[in-house]
Ligand binder design. Structure first.
Ligand SMILES: Cc1cc2nc3c(=O)[nH]c(=O)nc-3n(C[C@H](O)[C@H](O)[C@H](O)COP(=O)(O)OP(=O)(O)OC[C@H]3O[C@@H](n4cnc5c(N)ncnc54)[C@H](O)[C@@H]3O)c2cc1C
Length: 330
């Protein structure tokens, strides 16, 4: 690990941002469950860490006009088990509880989860070529062991997957991300927050340098009757998704009035399948429709030597998640 300096911000977000801006090559640290691993492996080598755990950004509160605000420092366990989330946004609760382990979820924060880096082994191995870690060096994953990699949204420069479970639910729920640069807060639609790799896979989000995530807001519609978060993985727990699907439906009997579908484990960013959602609206829920939707959702998927199986697995996951959601699980 490279030697670094450390300071703990307390008081306002603006003070933390100032502290980060004043130092060369600084990074925020929240739960540290991702950043410290990357620093130990020399994948990231910030010269200074600004610890933001002293900021007042941990609460989960109901918004006046409906909806919920989740502070960026709210721990994954606290969010998953909060009555407002469990009762109104069960798809988010389930997605969070399917990630990592209880100990990690007790440390991991909402802001940190949003920004967690890919688990691509070539990104972690500093001896490998990785355009995301070191721009311009190439991508060893494309012709390498790419079993965990993306089949949607990849480029000739990068096929690393976004590994977060929480992000899949936030994509389906149409969340907004609030970020601050010190001079005020701006709102970013969650689906616009992460970027596709294109030619610049090292630029993963629309965040400006030193911008601090302060909160996430969920709209009033929580889809607490017809929903499903289905995660398919190598082990029953403590494993990243091979494929996951978040489905939220509003039903009128057996007819679908509104539909949301987001995918994890398959995309270079949290994957919202907006196009196919429209095809569900107004239709009667049945297996034939769901199979058709699944085919359409994976139509642009591109498999590589070791991850082609994710295309069929993705389709089956979508069909099953739609069936569970349409059946009503609340
Ligand atoms: C063994 C293991 C298994 C895991 N399994 C899963 C899994 O199955 N599913 C899953 O979804 N996740 C999984 N995770 C990932 C885990 O959820 C993340 O490590 C965690 O959410 C990161 O949150 P953190 O607060 O610890 O972030 P940190 O490590 O503190 O920070 C991560 C990044 O976010 C930045 N950051 C943090 N907060 C802010 C902020 N407010 N504003 C701006 N930048 C910020 C940091 O600078 C850093 O770049 C696993 C992790 C481990 C170690």
């Amino acid at each position: 690990m490279k030697i670094f300096t450390y300071s703990k911000a307390s008081g306002t977000a603006a003070q933390a941002i100032q502290e980060a801006t004043n130092k060369t090559d600084s990074a925020y640290i929240a739960g540290g469950t991702n950043l410290i691993d990357l620093m130990k492996d020399m994948v990231l080598t910030p010269a200074h860490l600004v610890d933001i755990n002293g900021l007042n950004m941990s609460s989960v509160t109901k918004l006046d006009g409906g909806g919920v605000r989740i502070g960026a420092l709210a721990r994954n366990s606290d969010v998953a088990n909060h009555p407002l989330i469990r009762e109104n946004y069960p798809v988010l609760s389930r997605a969070l509880l399917s990630g990592a382990s209880p100990q990690l979820r007790n440390m991991a924060t909402t802001g940190g989860n949003l920004l967690q880096r890919t688990r691509c082994s070539y990104f972690y191995d500093t001896a490998s070529a990785c355009n995301k870690r070191t721009p311009g060096t190439g991508c060893d994953a494309i012709d390498g062991y790419n079993r965990m990699h993306a089949v949607l949204g990849g480029s000739a420069k990068c096929i690393a997957v976004n590994p977060s479970d929480m992000n899949v639910a936030l994509a389906a729920l149409d969340a907004n991300v609030f970020v601050s640069s010190g001079s005020g807060e701006r709102k970013i639609r969650f689906v616009d927050f992460h970027k596709l790799p294109g030619n610049t896979p090292h630029i993963e989000t629309v965040l400006e340098p030193h911008e601090l995530i302060t909160a996430i807001e969920l709209p009033a519609a929580g889809f607490n009757k017809n929903w499903c978060y289905l995660k398919v993985r190598d082990r029953a727990s403590y494993a990243f998704a091979l494929v996951s699907a978040a489905v939220c439906l509003q039903m009128d009997g057996s007819r679908i009035k509104e539909a949301r579908l987001a995918l994890g484990g398959v995309g270079t960013k949290p994957w919202r399948a907006s196009d196919v959602e429209k095809m569900l609206v107004g239709k009667t829920a049945d297996e034939k429709l769901f199979k058709n939707i699944a085919d359409m959702a994976m139509k642009s998927a591109k498999g590589y030597e070791h991850n082609k199986f994710k295309i069929e697995m993705g389709k089956r996951t979508i069909v099953r998640a739609l069936k569970v959601a349409a059946g009503g699980v609340a």
